[in-house]
Design a protein around this ligand. Structure first.
Ligand SMILES: N[C@@H](CCC(=O)N[C@@H](CS)C(=O)NCC(=O)O)C(=O)O
Length: 246
């Protein structure tokens, strides 16, 4: 439900899986929100204003003008943002304590394993010809899909017995599977779950919006001066410049 009004929850982001998961939750909650484009292909994550919201210069960040105590709240880390929004609106997070910890552990599994390993696999598959790196991360991603399929063999949803934050955090990461051999016959439980989440109207809406936003931001980066996201030395310099300017 993106809107142009002010006083809305702002998602400062680019529609990668970490950005899309927030859009999915906001659509599930039917909370009005606004996307503020932070074009990581143009280096906008290194501006002093953005770093004030998101000190690790990564997307997404959230700004809720009406946070705890009625004060504005800025947050980085996509799963912290999911947790905050779910608590604020009292949905998609189990009430029962054991089920909440179950949800938390699978969200941490996503942010500490699935996201970083798929990120590294994409890097070596698309931006390097180092076979060792490709093998290492593709094998790790394959192993993680096995963990997910095994989990879903005895659970309808990733955590807590019902659809919720753990599914929302994980699902956008599992869309592009071109470098791993995952199909109905080898991972039937994963496929059943992926299709069930994919068919939810809120997920369809968020994905349609992500497609539009991505097209708009890609047009902007095709016109602008793109940076090499993978150049860690340049990124350190960009960060130092932004921090000294603030
Ligand atoms: N653990 C973080 C990961 C955030 C992250 O890695 N964001 C990437 C895009 S998915 C980014 O901002 N990359 C830009 C850069 O590295 O400069 C989260 O879940 O929010």
């Amino acid at each position: 439900m993106p809107s142009e009004e002010t006083n809305l929850i702002e998602i400062h982001s680019y529609p990668t899986p970490n950005g899309v998961k927030i859009m999915i939750l906001l659509e599930e909650l039917q909370v009005p929100w606004r996307h503020v484009d932070v074009n990581i292909r143009l280096g906008e994550q290194f501006t002093a204003n953005y770093i004030a919201l998101s000190p690790n210069n990564k997307i997404p960040a959230m700004l809720d003008p009406n946070g705890p105590g009625g004060q504005p709240l800025a947050l980085m880390e996509s799963n912290a943002i999911l947790w905050y929004l779910a608590e604020k609106h009292g949905a998609f997070l189990p009430q029962d304590a054991a089920a909440r910890y179950d949800c938390l552990q699978w969200m941490l599994f996503q942010s500490s394993h699935v996201g970083p390993m798929i990120g590294q696999a994409n890097h070596f598959n698309n931006h390097s010809d180092v076979q060792y790196g490709r093998d290492r991360y593709n094998h790790e991603v394959t192993r993680l899909y096995r963990v997910i399929d095994t989990r879903l063999a005895s659970n309808e949803w990733m955590a807590g017995g019902s659809y919720g934050l753990a599914d929302i955090a994980l699902h956008p990461w599992c869309r592009n599977r071109q470098h791993v051999q995952i199909d109905e016959s080898s991972h039937p439980h994963f496929m059943r779950w992926f299709d069930a989440v994919d068919a939810r109207p809120a997920v369809e809406r968020a994905n349609a919006q992500a497609k539009e936003i991505r097209a708009r931001m890609d047009r902007a980066s095709d016109r602008g001066e793109k940076i090499d996201l993978y150049n860690t030395r340049d990124n350190l310099e960009r960060l130092s410049r932004a921090v000294s300017a603030s």
